[in-house]
Design a protein around this ligand. Structure first.
Ligand SMILES: CC(C)(COP(=O)(O)OP(=O)(O)OC[C@H]1O[C@@H](n2cnc3c(N)ncnc32)[C@H](O)[C@@H]1OP(=O)(O)O)[C@@H](O)C(=O)NCCC(=O)NCCS
Length: 328
């Protein structure tokens, strides 16, 4: 077995890795959001301002049979690494997962990480069947469960309706780059996300966002071939940006839209701003991307407010992405 780090100029290795990703999805979780090739390729080969991925692929007879992805945060939360391991269904229970895991954990330690996280798919009540190999594998390596994230999808409605905007606020939507005057307020608001959303047993430091970092993140995101649709709520009296929601639309597969951050500043919650920005964003999405069909989102099962907002938009659970963690 040869183990190779995915690099920028090895398209054949990447093709084989994508075949592996497809085979594992078909076997383990065919109902989940389809993988986006260009996003995976850029993640594996170009560090973003916020994280770096290393993807090691194991080849047998020139064919990818397993992969291990290590993600380390750059800047805030650099002590937390995340792992993702996949082994081709025809090559399981032969120690390949263990071997890749050993190398990956050693790399995380070398880079100064003290906590390793990993996720695996589990079943929701009445949802499609999910295997237990991932859980058993992780528990056997000293991981314990820290957080359950419910993966949901909703159809993009024919007519999203009008947002019921509370009178003290204005909503603004755009596609593409964030307007210059919005950068600083959005940096302030988005910086709260790590301390405001449930993160389970592994506590996260507030993220340091600044205007430069947002622009660099936008440049990186542009490489991934995704379009952005974003809506904010501006408080008229103070002109503060107090709510923000973002979706990403992959150009190679615009039917499947990914819901990213939604945040309302703590002192403006309970006024239905979360619902209003999401509804307005849905209208902007329909206008810019008429082929958008499904929106995918993942939220902690304990995030009752976000889940209540999502229920209004017809999101239905598909499965759980359960997060496990261990000290290194
Ligand atoms: C989890 C996964 C990576 C394991 O890969 P693998 O190459 O089969 O793992 P190994 O052969 O090294 O197994 C090591 C141990 O894990 C446990 N394990 C692995 N698969 C298991 C299963 N289906 N049932 C019970 N225990 C299992 C066993 O303790 C096993 O040791 P044993 O075979 O001596 O009993 C693979 O099943 C997979 O790709 N699953 C889908 C993705 C996923 O959930 N990844 C894990 C989290 S990132």
């Amino acid at each position: 077995m040869d183990i190779v780090r995915i690099g920028r100029d090895d398209p054949e290795a990447f093709d084989s890795f994508m075949d592996l990703v497809g085979a594992v999805r078909l076997h383990d979780h065919p109902e989940n959001r389809p993988p986006v090739r260009r996003l995976l390729q850029v993640m594996a080969t170009v560090p973003s301002p916020r994280f770096r991925h290393e993807v090691d692929v194991a080849f047998v007879d020139g064919r990818a049979v397993a992969a291990a992805k290590l993600m380390v945060n750059l800047g805030s939360n650099a002590h937390v690494a995340s792992a993702e391991l996949i082994v081709h269904p025809d090559h399981r229970r032969r120690g390949i997962g263990s071997e890749l895991y050993g190398r990956l954990a050693a790399r995380a330690v070398e880079q100064g990480c003290t906590i390793l996280k990993a996720t695996t798919h589990e079943q929701v009540p009445d949802g499609p069947r999910r295997g237990t190999a991932g859980r058993d594998f992780l528990v056997g390596r000293g991981f314990s469960r820290t957080l359950s994230i419910v993966q949901r999808r909703a159809p993009v409605p024919e007519e999203p309706g009008s947002p019921d905007t509370p009178p003290a606020y204005d909503l603004r939507s755009w596609t593409g780059a964030i307007p210059e005057e919005m950068l600083e307020p959005i940096a302030l608001l988005d910086g709260m996300i790590n301390t405001e959303m449930p993160t389970g047993r592994v506590k996260r430091e507030a993220e340091t966002y600044d205007v430069e970092a947002i622009r660099r993140q936008e440049d990186w995101r542009a490489l991934t071939g995704s379009d952005i649709v974003q809506t904010v709520a501006v408080h008229r009296a103070t002109e503060d940006v107090v709510a923000n929601t973002v979706v990403f639309v992959p150009r190679e597969d615009p039917a499947h839209v990914n819901q990213a951050i939604t945040i309302v500043r703590p002192d403006h919650r309970g006024r239905r701003l979360g619902t209003a920005v999401k509804r307005k964003n849905l209208r902007a999405l329909k206008e810019a991307h008429p082929r958008a069909r499904w929106i995918w989102t993942g939220n902690a099962d304990v995030n009752v407010h976000m889940n209540a907002v999502n229920a209004e938009f017809g999101f239905e659970p598909v499965d759980l992405r359960v997060e496990y963690a261990r000290d290194l």
